[in-house]
Design a protein around this ligand. Structure first.
Ligand code: SF4
Length: 523
């Protein structure tokens, strides 16, 4: 009997950018008596389902983008006589769909750390229940990944989680509804131990795969301080203190460690926090800029962000404190006009973001946008090949539209073409080369920067926005070729003897503010 854990993907690149953390965490949650599960990541290569035998257990984790491929695997697994278990955000939102279209024996909803081993035991006993509710477990019970199961030389970045949940409520995002708005922080020692293990294994680049690394802002603290009841302020201060404690611990790692994370733009107002991030070897962050106009920010319930010139200044603050920014922008918002595309590109360039992604507004299940859009389609939504548009993830990849939400003034093709043009201009060779000057200093480093920028563009833009499958295949092929030298750039020297001791706690000591004239080299 073999236990499989599968991360489905309709496109494979041979090399992965970031380890799919959930596979390794659920491997750790798998009872020791069962033995090590067989981990399948289809972003590396396609899973040959002919290997599945009767009596095997196949756990499939799905998000909306890979649900259809997940259902194909589940259907093949059940036909082979295996037990099929689904989990992940999409299965939590649509458990019945996984049963009807993915041949699920059972579905795990919510966090999988406790529910997966229970489902697995019942499958092995031949009597799985219909549903296992994983709920939201507390931070101290998050598990470290079974990194001993990592295939050698296949991933560029490792991943570690420090906090789940996000207190915001952006309309296009499901994180705050699925992981909750209360930040659930992991214990500092557990994070540090896991990071040390990954550095021992030769990972120098590690993604802090958090929903929001900056869960308490200065304005949250100011607002809480105005309340009569001090309990909220105390709670927020405790979360903030824990973040600082974590960063002080990460600061003890070898100097060439590089972390990358996700934060909200409000962190730019908090120099103490940014400096602590820098000391902790956090060299970059994905910042959800989303829109460059006040109207656009209102569209996505993100009016805590800045717009216009204030936005440029805020983004520049990250660089002043030694942090590179991967700016994330959304196109296709109701207030967008033809001029928005150029304006967005100009902000991205003037603000000095090191990388950028330009995504088209897509109504993902579990979001406020999706609920409003689904309602607007009425009881008889338009369909493609018999699949209602409101279940767009079930439309085969090649026929799936790229723009779903009707725009007041622009046609879907106009939005797609203009989005593609912004990607093309931001990632033109001359733009990348001139950006590389601010990101790295050596010629080798600049060449590496060009390679990384190009691969990022091929993997994320061309395989996502292109409408014809030939272009998608070509891009995947290019990405495959470039991924091999790119991975070598990220590989670190294994440090089997590395030990890191946490500094003694000094609650009253305030971190010293430091100035960084330039963000440090990335590679
Ligand atoms: S987009 Fe980011 S800030 Fe907004 S709710 Fe999602 S995780 Fe939080």
């Amino acid at each position: 009997m073999t236990v499989y854990l599968v991360n489905p993907s309709h496109v494979s690149f041979g090399i992965g950018v970031i380890t799919p953390r959930w596979l390794y965490v659920l491997a750790a949650a798998t009872p020791a008596a069962v033995g090590a599960p067989c981990l399948i990541d289809e972003t590396l290569e396609r899973f040959d389902t002919a290997a599945i035998a009767a009596g095997d257990v196949v756990g499939i984790g799905i998000h909306t983008g890979n649900a259809l491929r997940g259902y194909e695997i589940g259907t093949a697994a059940r036909a082979a006589g295996a037990y099929v278990v689904y989990g992940g955000i999409h299965a939590s939102l649509y458990p019945d769909e996984a049963r009807q279209l993915g041949s699920a024996h059972t579905v795990v909803t919510g966090d999988g750390e406790r529910a997966w081993p229970e489902a697995l035991r019942d499958c092995m006993a031949g009597a799985p229940r219909d549903h296992y509710a994983g709920g939201r477990i507390e931070g101290e019970t998050f598990l470290a990944g079974r990194w001993d199961l990592l295939p050698a030389g296949r991933y560029m970045w490792a991943s570690v989680q420090t906090v789940r949940g996000c207190p915001k409520h952006c309309s296009f995002c499901s994180v705050w509804r699925t992981d909750g708005q209360r930040p659930r922080s992991r214990h500092v020692d557990q994070v540090l131990d896991e990071v040390v293990e990954l550095r021992r294994r030769g990972f120098r680049f590690i993604a802090l795969a958090d929903d929001n690394f900056y869960p308490v802002t200065l304005s949250d603290l100011r607002m809480a301080a105005r309340r009569k009841d001090p309990s909220q302020l105390e709670r927020l201060e405790a979360i903030r203190a824990e973040r600082f404690e974590l960063m002080e611990a990460l600061a003890q790692l070898p100097a060439d460690t590089v972390f990358f994370t996700q934060i909200t733009m409000e962190a730019a107002e908090d120099p103490e926090f940014l400096d602590a991030m820098h000391r902790a070897h956090i060299r970059g962050a994905l910042v959800g800029v989303e829109a460059v106009t006040p109207e656009g920010l209102k569209d996505v319930y993100k009016d805590f962000n800045e717009s216009g010139e204030a936005l440029v200044t805020r983004l520049q603050a990250f660089r002043r404190h030694g942090l590179h920014v991967l700016g994330s922008f959304i196109f296709g918002l109701p207030s967008d006009r033809a001029s928005t595309f150029d304006a967005t590109l100009s902000v991205a360039q003037r603000a000095g973001v090191t990388f950028a992604q330009f995504v088209m507004l897509t109504p993902f299940p579990g979001t406020l946008d999706f609920a409003a859009w689904e309602k607007s389609l009425g009881t008889e939504p338009p369909s493609i090949g018999g699949v209602p548009l409101s279940r767009h993830w079930l439309i085969p990849q090649a026929n799936r539209p790229k723009v779903y939400m009707e725009h007041p003034v622009m046609a879907p093709d106009e939005i797609r073409n203009r989005t593609q043009a912004v990607w093309d201009r931001f990632y033109s060779l001359s733009s990348i080369w001139s950006r590389s000057k601010g990101a790295v200093s050596s010629l080798r480093g600049r060449l590496a920067f060009v390679l990384i920028s190009k691969i990022y563009r091929q993997m994320y833009a061309n395989t996502g926005i292109a409408t014809d499958s030939a272009r998608v295949n070509r891009s995947a092929q290019w990405a495959r070729l470039m991924a091999i030298p790119c991975r070598r750039l990220f590989a670190g020297r294994p440090m089997p003897d590395l030990t890191v001791t946490r500094p003694a706690r000094q609650p009253s000591a305030r971190p010293i503010e430091i100035q960084h004239p330039q963000a440090p080299d990335l590679v």
